[in-house]
Design a protein around this ligand. Structure first.
Ligand code: AMP
Ligand code: GLY
Length: 438
């Protein structure tokens, strides 16, 4: 069996490791934008190209007589790779282009949700001019300013006060309107965020353990927005501030969205789906929907997955059977990023990675965006490496990761030392308690 994975990040490295461990002993192939040395090593062959070049991806899959394509990244999904592969008769997991609009077009998601899950979303306005922006500012207090399309997780700006009093935010919103013609202005939700990912066969969803992702660059959840600096999950597959009824409510909202999108598109959603939620005092609300696994969250859930991912992929294309087992342990993953990331990253710094020592200390290493010259790896403008550890508790797993990442190229790379620490988790629980009782 030959499996082709699309993408070159740590998420794709994690998915490919899982696929490669299958009892089917698949031969792995990859189509990447740049060489991920960890993923390349798992593969019999790989090709470099643009991840939105659907034609090139289909011809590579044809040439290599691929039996299953697994897109990890959103770009090919939004460009319509699933539709094109289906036409070519090549099995692929993932939503069609129309269904991938759930991620690729934030105004589509909000319009759909107004019909199928109106209580699980913030109030919002779609604005095309300064007049409309100011009208939205009068209606909503603090807001999230959101370009409609893909921004790699870095395009959203959240204000602490009204747009009328925030010149910087207002001019950012105007810039986006000038460029894209429209912008989404949403009520800023107060709460704690969590990621609920699931497998979908078009008839139902099977949920994965909940994960909390840390998007801001600096300690104490401050600094600029990034693609994600790390994530954790708990042994009971909930989060310290989420109870089971809230998880069930979020899963129900996710399914309502998938079902409504399927009906509108006349197509089944077969693949990974990822709901990013804000748990508010009024229950879980959708921040965004992604048509793929999260990054870094994929590393947490792929590590925990006990089933055979090739079997599960086939089931997503036919019918998901029963439940899918995940290990009852806690996971913590932290990214190592170039100093200065995301605004002015130090690029082309040589990084030495001692894979043996990381493994001996109980860490699982994932490569992300690095330049590999065949011998050494160098920083690019993006996240470089990730390390994951497991333990009975989140705090123990975090301490293990911290012990490892502190020693990896501290001159050129940094990480967030506070992610998943016991004090940070306690703060999150206290924050939710305050919101619930106010
Ligand atoms: P997104 O790219 O939609 O995931 O947004 C990036 C980040 O912006 C999210 O992880 C949230 O932290 C924040 N965000 C987006 N929308 C909202 C909202 N309506 N209220 C509060 N925070 C938001
Ligand atoms: N963890 C954020 C994302 O994958 O979009």
């Amino acid at each position: 069996m030959r499996i082709l994975i699309l993408g070159h990040g740590a998420r794709e490295h994690a998915i490919a490791k899982r696929l490669a461990q299958s009892d089917y002993q698949p031969e792995m192939y990859a189509f990447m934008g740049s060489v991920n040395p960890g993923l390349a090593r798992l593969c019999r062959d790989f090709r470099l190209g643009s991840l939105s070049d659907v034609g090139e991806i289909v011809s590579y899959a044809r040439e290599d007589r691929i039996d299953l394509v697994v897109p990890g990244q959103e770009l090919p999904l939004i460009a319509g790779v699933v539709d094109a592969l289906q036409l070519a008769g090549i099995p692929v997991i993932g939503p069609t282009r129309g269904l991938a609009r759930l991620e690729g077009d934030k105004s589509y998601l909000r319009a759909l949700m107004s019909r199928c899950a109106p209580n699980a979303m913030p109030r919002y306005r779609l604005c095309i001019s300064e007049t409309e922006l100011l009208a939205a500012a009068d209606e909503l207090d603090a807001v999230a300013i959101k370009p409609l399309g893909l921004t790699g997780g870095k395009g959203v700006k959240v204000t602490e006060r009204s747009l009328r009093d925030d010149d910087e935010a207002l001019s950012y919103a105007l810039e986006v309107i000038q460029h894209d013609g429209r912008i989404l202005i949403e009520e800023c939700l107060q709460g704690e965020e969590f990621s609920l990912m699931a497998f979908s066969d078009g008839a139902r969803l099977v949920s994965m353990p909940l994960v909390q992702d840390f998007k801001l660059a600096c300690k104490g959840d401050s600094g600029p927005m990034t693609g994600g600096m790390g994530a954790y999950s708990c042994a009971d597959h909930l989060l310290p501030f989420v109870v089971e009824t809230e998880r069930v409510a979020a899963a129900d909202v996710l399914w309502r969205i998938v079902a409504a999108a399927q009906e509108e598109n006349g197509a089944l959603y077969r693949g990974f789906i990822y709901g990013q939620f804000m748990l508010t005092a009024d229950g879980p609300k959708v921040i965004e929907i992604n048509a793929r696994l999260g990054d870094p969250e994929a590393m947490n859930v792929m590590h925990l997955l006990n089933g055979d991912l090739v079997d599960i992929s086939h089931q997503m294309l036919t019918r998901l059977e029963g439940t899918i087992p995940f290990s009852p342990i806690a996971t913590v993953v932290k990214y190592l990023v170039p100093k200065g990331y995301p605004s002015s990253p130090e690029v082309d710094r040589r990084i030495s990675v001692d894979e043996t020592t990381i493994a001996e200390r109980g860490g699982e290493l994932f490569y992300a965006s690095v330049r590999f010259d065949g011998q050494a790896v160098y920083t690019t403008g993006s996240r470089a490496l990730a390390v994951l550890c497991t333990a009975a508790t989140v705090a123990d797993a975090a301490a293990l990761v911290e012990g490892i990442v502190q020693d990896i190229e501290p001159e050129h790379l940094y990480h967030r030392s506070d992610i998943a620490s016991a004090s940070m988790l306690a703060e999150k629980v206290a924050h939710m308690e305050r919101l619930r009782s106010s």
